[in-house]
Design a protein around this ligand. Structure first.
Ligand SMILES: C[S@@+](CC[C@H](N)C(=O)[O-])C[C@H]1O[C@@H](n2cnc3c(N)ncnc32)[C@H](O)[C@@H]1O
Length: 293
């Protein structure tokens, strides 16, 4: 059983993950691949390929960008970055994920008694009606979240409609003047169709080098499989859409994107050129988005 953000119990894979639309079940392209992966996923965070995540997130959030802020973490997984927001001084942090296994792990690690300002719940964050719409229902303009965050969420959209819906969720959760900071698959790599083998600890196999939107028939980028730990490890599939696709979908949802820097760890490896190959084609891109004025 998992608890929703209000602290009530909900069944595994809770109701919010299966929002119905006109009676028909509507599910995102994202399946339940993380129900099988569970806490094994944290292994990926120990790889060199993931070492730039925290410095890049901190740079994009900015100094004091989180202090005293009400934060939402979409596709929070085991809650690693929900907790990072907590340590950066957020007044509260709410994390949602489609996988009840991931949310159970987050709840077990960040218990309510130890972390009373951290909340977790199961929800499909690509469906706007799945989450309470605090911001848009609020006429005073103060409801909603100051900061909406997500790491490795937008790359689960398999169509432009789905990516637009993810941005709609983000927009509907942001209070007036709020912002979104996100990490997603590299949207700028012109050679994304070339596999990355033994790349800073992981393999990125290309499943479809010219992934076509099943709805619009437009090529959006690639579909890839990330393999961690070879045969004994685990793998998951992601979409890698181009920058222009992101910008179009964000705009459709009323948001404007500003791309941010990927920042490598500040240690002795920096001067030695260790990260040069990584920075040529990092595994992720950082973005910030605000409402179009
Ligand atoms: C690669 S993990 C990232 C977890 C966490 N953000 C992190 O960086 O440690 C991706 C997560 O996205 C979740 N996810 C994928 N599609 C989702 C959706 N439509 N709504 C909510 N969560 C989703 C998966 O269940 C999984 O936990």
């Amino acid at each position: 059983m998992v608890a929703n953000p209000e602290g009530k119990e909900g069944g595994a894979g809770g109701a919010a993950a299966r929002t119905t639309n006109s009676g028909a079940e509507r599910k995102s392209t994202q399946n339940t691949q993380y129900d099988q992966i569970g806490t094994k996923y944290l292994k990926i965070k120990e790889l060199p390929a993931a070492e730039s995540e925290v410095p890049s997130i901190l740079a994009a959030l900015g100094e004091d960008g989180v202090k005293g802020k009400r934060c939402l973490d979409l596709a929070c997984g085991t809650g690693k970055y929900t907790h990072l927001l907590h340590t950066l001084g957020a007044s509260s942090c709410t994390g949602y994920d489609i996988s009840s296994t991931m949310i159970s792990s987050a709840l077990a690690t960040y218990t309510r008694s130890q972390y009373p300002t951290m909340h977790f719940g199961v929800a499909d964050c690509s469906i706007p009606e799945s989450l309470p719409t605090l911001a848009s229902d609020d006429t005073s303009g103060t409801g909603g979240f100051d900061l909406v965050f997500s790491a490795w969420f937008l790359n689960y959209a398999g169509t432009e409609t789905e990516l637009t819906n993810m941005f709609r969720v983000i927009e509907s959760q942001m209070k007036v003047g709020g912002r979104f900071v996100g990490l997603t698959t590299n949207a700028h790599d012109p050679n994304m169709h070339i596999p990355k083998l033994d790349f800073y600890g992981l393999d990125v196999l290309v499943l479809d080098p010219a992934y076509t939107d099943p709805e619009s028939q437009q090529v959006l980028g690639i579909k890839a499989r990330v393999v961690v730990g070879g045969g004994q490890g685990f793998s998951f599939d992601v979409y890698q859409f181009r920058q222009d696709v992101y910008e179009r979908c964000a705009r459709e949802a009323g948001l404007e994107i500003e791309w941010k820097e990927v920042v490598v760890p500040d240690d002795e490896r920096r001067g030695g050129g260790y990260w040069a190959g990584y920075l040529e084609k990092p595994t992720f891109s950082m973005l910030e988005a605000r409402r179009v004025l």
